[in-house]
Every structure is written in C-alpha cells, then in structure tokens.
Write a protein that binds this ligand. Structure first.
Ligand code: ATP
Length: 377
C-alpha cells in the first residue's frame, strides 16, 4: 500500500548516500560528492582529463540531471560571480573556468610545443543550434546555424564562431558575455531554469617545433598566439630562434583535440514543473533529446549493431555534441556528472538520473584508443 511504499522510499533515501559511497569506493570510475563538497573537490575528478586532452584525446564533460539539481552550478559556478570577492569567485568557480585555467597551466608547462586555443559557445534550443558568439540582428540571441555531416561522416556547424583565446580569463570573458543570451524561464521547481543545452568547446591545436627551425624553446610571445603559432615557414624563424645556417623551418602536422563542456537542460516532469502553453514544446524537446542520449548509451552499452545516433530530430544535437562514434568508441573520454537532488521529493527523477549513469558506466568498458588526430597545415 501507500504506507509501505512511503516507508520504502524513506529507507531508500536514508540509505542512498551510504550505498553510493560504497559503490564509489569499490569502483575507481565512480565518485559521489555530497552537497557540501567544494567546487575544488569536484574539480579534482576533472583535472586528469585536461592532461588527456593535451595527450591527444577528445574530451567531453557533461552535466546531466533533473531541473534545479545543480548542473549550471557545477559547470559554471555560483552566480552572479561578479558580486563576489576575487577569492570567493575562485572558490565558487565551476568546472568550465577551472578547466580553462588548468588547460592553460598545463600548456605553459610545455614550452617546446606551440598551442593555440579557440573557444566556441553554442546552445541547442528546441533542437536548433545557435551560435552564441555571433548575435542575431536583434542582439537577443545567437545566430541559428545548420549542422551538416560530410561524406566522411564528420559533423560540422558551418560558420560557427571560434574566438582565439590566450588565457582562462579570456575564455570566461567570452562565456560570461553570452551566458545571458541563453534561454531561461522560471518553472515551479526552479526560478531561473535553463531551457537549452549549452555547449562550450575549446579547440586546441598543437604544433611541434622542428629542431632545424628552433634550437631553443619558442619565446613566450609565440606561444598560444593564433597568428604566430605556426612556425613561420617559408620565412626564417624570428630572432632569437633563427638557425645559424640558412635552413628554413619545417612545418609539421597539427594535432587537434576538442574539449566539450556541456551543461544539459534539465529533465523534468511537466506535472511538477507546472509549465504550460508554448513552454510545453520546450520541455518536450528537452526530454526527447535526453531520452535519445539514454537510447544511444543503452545501445552502446549492449553492443547493439544499430546505434540510434540519427534518432529523428535529436540526431543533429546528439551526433554533433557528443560525436559519439568518436567520444565513446574511439579516441575520446567522456565524464558524465550526474546532479541528483538530495530530497525525497524528487526520488523518481533521481533514480532515473542514476539509471542513465549506470548505462554510461557500462559503455565505459569499451576500449578507448587514441589515434593521431592530425590536420594538414
Ligand atoms: N552544491 C550546491 N551548493 C550550493 N548551491 C547549489 C548547489 N547546487 C545547486 N545550487 C543552487 O541551486 C539552484 C539551482 O541550481 P542550478 O541552476 O545549477 O540548477 P540546474 O540543474 O542547472 O537547473 P536547470 O536545469 O533548471 O537549469 C541555484 O540557485 C544554485 O546556486
């Protein structure tokens, strides 16, 4: 009866943290953080992936969970950051600013390599992709972009704006500038609910410097500068790197990897969030795209011959964002951060999120292999 079910739910919720912690200690790939854990503690899980990014893996870090469960808090940080002191801001920063800082810190430790970094910010709203770094005519949102798949199977967003960045501060300058363009609406559960999926991409290009061209490490002003990141063949290397002999530099292949930081829109039950009218379409698009993710993960986990990447209208979103053929089966690492409400009220939603997490873990068992992701310069 209802009473028994209620008792079960209470016991389940009471035991949930303990169960999760036990699982966490038994499995290296699985961690649980309590609400009081700091952003720094959570970021410790993410840090190794930044090293992988520079080692040549594509990396996707994605926050999933019901509406209001803390995805934006986890990915971006406490808002509004500008009202906090500098020290508080650092403490409250989420995965995106911390990952950008760590990336540039790691790059600064590799003086013999030249890196360029570019940032793109997209939102996927009602199954359409918007380029937030290129505002529409009214300045109220991003330009709508198409998603195309080439004959070689690569997915592109033609015209997507990539801005060159030289520091974490510059990355966050672009991100913070466009965050207000992201679609938000109040719901009964969350007064400032994001109604779109946010995708921040950091594209890293790495170029090796030829010994004939550069006897020593390139000077700092050449590192991370998009315009100067290529060894300036056929012109001689700039002083003091010019070779004593009149040999010209050798341009090498560029190694390109992508870090995708994804703050998904929250899954929600219409009855609970109380949305109506045009907002119902938003919820339907959000829930369908999240179901499609679940279907893809299930198919991959069960090694089914058909993986429904191209599942109806969400295909473009799923395929482009996760590029799952690459992220899960190939040269990539995926970190799924499940945000779960600590209250009993949202037990069903929490179980649903954990279900998705367990499917994702099964996919993790497939072998990840890194390949030379080279581009012709
Ligand atoms: N660990 C936490 N510590 C303190 N506050 C938190 C934490 N997680 C979430 N919050 C707060 O809870 C509220 C909802 O969080 P957030 O906006 O991140 O949810 P969300 O999952 O992104 O929601 P939606 O999908 O509806 O956009 C915010 O006010 C946020 O600051």
């Amino acid at each position: 009866g209802t009473q028994t079910a209620g008792k079960f739910q209470k016991e389940f919720v009471d035991k949930l943290p303990e169960m999760l912690c036990t699982l966490s200690t038994k499995n290296d790939l699985f961690r649980v953080h309590a609400p009081e854990d700091s952003q720094d503690t959570v970021f410790e899980e993410v840090k190794p992936l930044l090293r992988s990014l520079l080692d040549g893996y594509n990396v996707c870090i994605m926050a999933y969970g019901q509406t209001g469960s803390g995805k934006t808090h986890t990915m971006i940080g406490a808002e509004p950051l500008e009202l906090l002191s500098e020290t508080q801001q650092e403490v409250q920063q989420g995965v995106v600013p911390k990952a950008a800082s760590e990336l540039f810190r790691l790059i600064s430790q590799k003086p013999t390599e030249s890196h360029t970094v570019e940032v793109a910010v997209m939102e996927v709203y009602n199954n359409e992709v918007f380029d937030l770094l290129s505002q529409d005519e009214r300045g109220l949102g991003g330009q709508r972009r198409d998603v195309v798949t080439t004959s070689s199977g690569e997915t592109h967003v033609p015209g997507l704006t990539y801005e060159p960045v030289n520091s974490a501060t510059e990355v966050m300058h672009f991100v913070n500038k466009v965050l207000k363009l992201r679609t938000h609406s109040p719901t009964r559960i969350h007064t400032d609910s994001s109604r779109s999926h946010l995708i921040i991409t950091l594209m890293v290009r790495k170029q090796f410097w030829s010994p004939q061209c550069c006897r020593a490490k390139p000077p700092d002003e050449l590192l991370l500068s998009p315009a100067s990141s290529r060894c300036p063949s056929p012109s001689p290397c700039p002083s003091p790197l010019r070779s004593p002999s009149p040999r010209r530099s050798i341009t090498q292949d560029t190694f390109r990897t992508k870090l995708q930081l994804v703050d998904l829109a929250g899954s929600e039950c219409v009855g609970m969030s109380g949305v109506s009218g045009p907002s119902l379409w938003e919820v339907s698009c959000i829930n369908r795209s999240l179901c499609a993710l679940s279907d893809v993960l299930s198919a991959l986990a069960e090694h089914r011959p058909h993986i429904p990447y191209r599942n109806s209208t969400v295909y473009r979103f799923i395929y482009h964002v996760f590029d799952l053929t690459c992220f899960i089966c190939g040269d990539a690492k995926l970190l799924l951060m499940l945000c779960v409400s600590p209250t009993q009220h949202f037990l069903t939603e929490s179980l649903q999120s954990l279900g998705l997490g367990s499917r994702a873990r099964q996919v993790q068992k497939s072998v990840t292999r890194r390949k030379n992701n080279t581009l012709q310069v």
